[in-house]
Design a protein around this ligand. Structure first.
Ligand code: HEC
Ligand code: HEC
Length: 443
């Protein structure tokens, strides 16, 4: 229950107690002494003060319901949705092993200026699935970010298709666990989910609304939203673009998948991963993928640290893969300055990666196995091999009279398969509330 209402009830109780006190005093007054007159006086005045305060509060509340309710934050919801632990907390968790392998927290952190509430989540969910937020009522956020096992929060297309069948040039990343990312979009140009949510509404090749004001106007005209916006935001005119974005972002913070076989494994269930997946997990570390895809969300760009979220991609220039898959046609975050011919990209999370084919910012690679081979080659300069040739690198140091031997130069096909098997263990259980009430299909 809202604390404001509890306090109002408490005032009512005080008024009743004062009234009873007054009555008792009046009865005793019948057998009056000087002392009883004092009792009567105190009782009467307490009663009058409490009563006028209560009437006063009722009047103020009915005149300014929004601002008055806003004075009483919804503390109950804060307790329901606990922010996820910080990186420091994760590191210092006693007896939980090294930082390298950590489970995803059970809830995502939320900003102080957009605390979650169940009403806000319900509203955000409704907006996320509402096609009326697009110019021709044909697309909702969920059209390109399908919350299903098959699509894993993405759309399965190399590049998304917006209103009037227009093709964009970037692949739709998953919204699952986006709540754990420091910056959003492939090039990291949005600083928060609230900030991000406004983009697609007015992007001419996505939902195509002419302006943010026109989105607000359209939502204001939909009768059912009046009531649910007031429930979610205690203010007089709650349908604003900021509140639309806040509600959607709050819903997105519930779209997390902390229960994957990997999470169960690092939480202590050693049977959660197969032998092959454990080998892949070790290779993911020893090959160097963990340098960038680190921490509980498998991305150095996640909120668990203050690492830089960006990397050059492809780091090794002019490989056959770069040419074949046009990896450097779009330069990502480097594009606006045009002073680089190397793309700069935010490190994506690898959670649910098995479900979000095709891969990379341009969706140019269909198979996860191929994506892993490409990453090993273009980010880590690994050779790839299918054979059992001895590929040790041996150097003889004349000064020390000793060999320096590095084993395992190339990544074999079997090893790539093992890494893929490990990545498949990052498929998490989908949040159970993913379809809004009354909606039975995504189309
Ligand atoms: C027409 C398809 C389409 C629609 C509709 C759409 N998106 Fe997206 N979304 C994309 C694409 C494509 C990107 C990547 C764009 C980029 O990086 O430049 C993206 C990126 C995102 C991201 C960033 C994820 C990350 O990991 O960085 C979030 C979050 C997101 N969208 C949420 C939404 C929300 C909320 C809506 C509705 C208001 C929405 N999208 C509507 C296609 C779409
Ligand atoms: C130096 C940093 C770095 C290293 C090392 C690295 N990655 Fe990446 N990874 C990135 C960046 C940046 C991207 C985004 C590329 C883009 O914009 O298309 C990415 C993208 C990916 C993708 C595609 C994601 C998607 O949603 O389409 C996969 C899969 C992947 N990496 C797996 C791996 C694996 C496996 C390894 C180890 C063999 C690895 N990465 C090593 C930085 C790195």
């Amino acid at each position: 229950m809202n604390t404001g209402i509890i306090e109002l009830l408490a005032f009512g109780m005080i008024a009743i107690i004062a009234g009873v006190f007054l009555l008792v005093s009046m009865i005793r007054e019948l057998t009056s002494t000087e002392r009883h007159k004092w009792f009567l006086g105190i009782g009467l005045s307490t009663g009058i003060i409490a009563f006028s305060l209560k009437i006063g509060l009722i009047i103020v509340f009915s005149m300014f319901p929004g601002p008055m309710l806003a004075l009483f934050p919804e503390r109950e919801y804060e307790q329901v949705l606990i922010p996820g632990p910080s990186e420091r907390e994760l590191r210092s968790a006693p007896g939980k092993g090294s930082y390298t392998w950590k489970a995803l927290p059970e809830s995502a952190p939320f900003p102080r200026d957009n605390l979650p509430s169940l009403e806000k989540i319900a509203l955000g969910k409704r907006l996320f699935f509402d096609k009326r937020l697009s110019a021709d009522d044909s697309l909702s956020c969920a059209s390109c970010h399908e919350i299903s096992v098959e699509k894993g929060g993405s759309d399965g297309l190399p590049a998304s298709i917006g209103i009037n069948g227009q093709h964009g040039n970037r692949n739709a990343p998953t919204v699952l666990n986006a709540a754990f990312q420091q910056v959003l979009f492939w090039d990291g140009r949005a600083a928060s989910l609230e900030d991000q949510a406004k983009g697609p509404l007015v992007n001419p090749i996505e939902m195509g609304m002419p302006s943010l004001e026109s989105v607000v106007e359209k939502v204001r005209k939909i009768p059912e939203y009046k009531e649910i916006f007031s429930q979610a935001f205690a203010m007089e005119r709650p349908i604003t673009i900021d509140n639309i974005a806040k509600a959607i972002a709050t819903y997105e913070r519930t779209l997390i998948t902390p229960d994957s076989p990997y999470d169960r494994f690092v939480r202590g269930d050693s049977s959660a991963l197969s032998e092959k997946q454990i080998r892949g997990m070790a290779l993911f570390e020893s090959t160097g993928c963990i340098q960038c895809h680190s921490g509980p969300n498998f991305s150095g760009a996640s909120v668990f640290g203050d690492n830089t979220p960006y990397r050059i991609f492809p780091a090794v220039p002019h490989t056959e893969f770069e040419i074949q898959h046009h990896l450097s046609e779009d330069l990502g975050a480097a594009y606006p300055t045009k002073d680089s011919d190397r793309g700069i990209w935010r490190i994506p999370s690898l959670r649910n990666i098995n479900r979000t084919s095709p891969y990379f910012h341009n969706g140019s690679v269909e198979s996860l196995k191929e994506a892993v081979r490409i990453m090993a080659r273009v980010q880590l300069n690994k050779k790839l091999s299918n054979s059992n040739v001895d590929d040790k690198s041996i150097q003889w140091s004349e000064t020390d009279s000793q060999f320096s031997v590095s084993e395992h130069q190339a990544l074999s096909d079997t090893e790539v398969d093992e890494i893929v098997a490990f990545l498949q263990s990052l498929d998490g259980e989908l949040p159970t509330h993913f379809l809004p009430k009354g909606v039975t299909s995504f189309q």
